[in-house]
Ligand binder design. Structure first.
Ligand code: ADP
Ligand code: MG
Length: 315
C-alpha cells in the first residue's frame, strides 16, 4: 500500500457527505459552499507525540482528542463545526495503527456531522495538524473581546480531572479505578457544541479552556481590557481533584486540557441564561465577576488576593 492507497482506505472511506461539500478528498483542493447568511470560522491545532499525547495511547483516542480540541475552538465562538482537514505525519505505514486512528476519527467526526474534506500525509515523527471549519450566523460569533464590567463569569462542567490525569498518569498515588475515570476525561473530551446557541444569545465573550482557567480567563480580560475576580469557593472542581489535591483551587486555576468553556454574561441576562441551560440540561457554574481593575483577583472567605495567571506555555 502506498500513500494514495492509505488515503483511500483509511480517510476517503470515512468521509461523510454533506450538501455544502461539492468536492472532498481526492482532488488538489476541496470545493465548499458557505451557506447563505453564515460566516466561516476557521481554526487550526497541532498535536505532537509526547507533548499532547503519548505514542503508547490507543490511536482511536489520539484521533478523538485531536478532533475534539479543534471542535472546541469552534464551540468557543458559538459556532457549529462543518469540515475538517487533516495533515498527518507518521513514522511508518502501520496498518493496525491507522485502522484504530481512522475508527476514532470517524467516531468523533460523526458525533458532530463533520466532513473530512482533505489533508496531507507525510513521513516523519508522529504529529498531526488539523484545520476545523464551522459556521455561525452573520454577526453572531462570540469573541474574547466583548466582556464588560459587571458581567458574570461562567464555566461549563467540572474542572481539573484531565490535568490530574496528566500529573498522576501511571503512578501509584491514585486508585486504579480513579485513574481510569481521570484518563477518560483526558482522552475523551466532548467539545461543548451544545452551548453554542446559548453563547450566541447571552454571552458577551467566550474562550475554551485548553491551557488552564486562570490563563484562559486572562485572555478574555486582556482582549476585553477588563479585569476579573474569581470566587474560589464557587469553582466547580471535579470531585477526584478535590479528593487528591491539597490545593484543588490552585490546581484547577492552572490545570489545562479541560475543553470546557469559560464565558461572560451581563448580570441582567443571568436568569434567562440559567433557565435556558436548565431546560437543555447543561451544567454551568457562575464563578466570578468582570471588574474595571485590570488583572485577576481571587476571593477566599473574606480575603481578596491577587491571582497570577498561570497556564501551560510551550516556549
Ligand atoms: P497533493 O499532492 O495535490 O497535495 P496529495 O497527494 O497530498 O495531494 O493528497 C491527495 C488527496 O488526498 C488530496 O485531496 C488531499 O486533500 C487528500 N488527503 C491527503 N492526506 C489526507 C489525510 N491524511 N486525510 C484526509 N485527506 C487526505
Ligand atoms: Mg500533498
Amino acid at each position: 500500500m502506498d500513500e494514495f492507497g492509505l488515503i483511500q482506505r483509511f480517510f476517503n472511506s470515512i468521509a461523510i457527505s454533506r450538501t455544502d461539500v461539492l468536492l472532498g478528498i481526492g482532488d488538489d483542493a476541496a470545493r465548499l459552499i458557505v451557506p447563505h447568511g453564515f460566516e466561516l470560522l476557521v481554526s487550526c491545532d497541532t498535536l505532537v507525540s509526547d507533548v499532547h499525547f503519548l505514542p503508547s495511547w490507543d490511536p482511536y483516542d489520539i484521533a478523538w482528542k485531536a478532533v475534539m480540541v479543534n471542535v472546541s475552538d469552534i464551540a468557543a465562538m458559538g459556532g457549529s463545526p462543518s469540515w475538517l482537514s487533516l495533515a498527518l505525519t507518521l513514522p511508518a505505514l502501520d496498518e493496525s495503527w491507522l485502522n484504530r486512528f481512522s475508527t476514532g476519527l470517524k467516531a468523533a467526526l460523526s458525533t458532530f456531522n463533520i466532513a473530512l474534506i482533505g489533508g496531507d500525509t507525510t513521513r516523519g515523527p508522529l504529529s498531526m495538524s488539523l484545520t476545523i471549519h464551522g459556521f455561525v450566523e452573520k454577526g453572531r460569533a462570540v469573541t474574547r473581546s466583548g466582556a464588560e464590567v459587571g458581567d458574570r463569569i461562567f464555566v461549563s462542567g467540572e474542572l481539573g480531572a484531565a490535568a490530574l490525569a496528566v500529573e498522576f498518569m501511571n503512578t501509584e498515588h491514585i486508585d486504579l479505578e480513579h485513574q481510569s475515570t481521570l484518563l477518560e476525561k483526558l482522552k475523551h473530551p466532548i467539545a461543548r457544541i451544545d452551548l453554542a446557541h446559548d453563547l450566541q444569545t447571552y454571552a458577551t465573550a467566550a474562550i475554551d479552556l485548553s491551557d488552564g482557567l486562570s490563563g484562559d480567563l486572562m485572555h478574555i480580560c486582556e482582549q476585553s481590557q477588563v479585569g476579573a475576580c474569581i470566587l474560589l469557593d464557587a469553582l466547580p472542581i471535579h470531585p477526584l481533584v478535590a479528593y487528591y489535591q491539597e490545593d484543588a483551587c490552585e490546581f484547577v486555576l492552572r490545570g489545562g486540557d479541560d475543553y470546557e468553556l469559560c464565558f461572560t454574561i451581563p448580570a441582567e441576562r443571568v436568569e434567562p441564561f440559567h433557565r435556558s441551560i436548565s431546560e437543555a440540561g447543561i451544567a454551568c457554574y457562575e464563578i466570578g465577576v468582570i471588574e474595571k481593575d485590570l488583572g485577576l483577583r481571587a476571593i477566599k472567605g473574606s480575603k481578596i488576593m491577587p491571582l497570577i495567571a498561570r497556564s501551560y506555555v510551550h516556549f
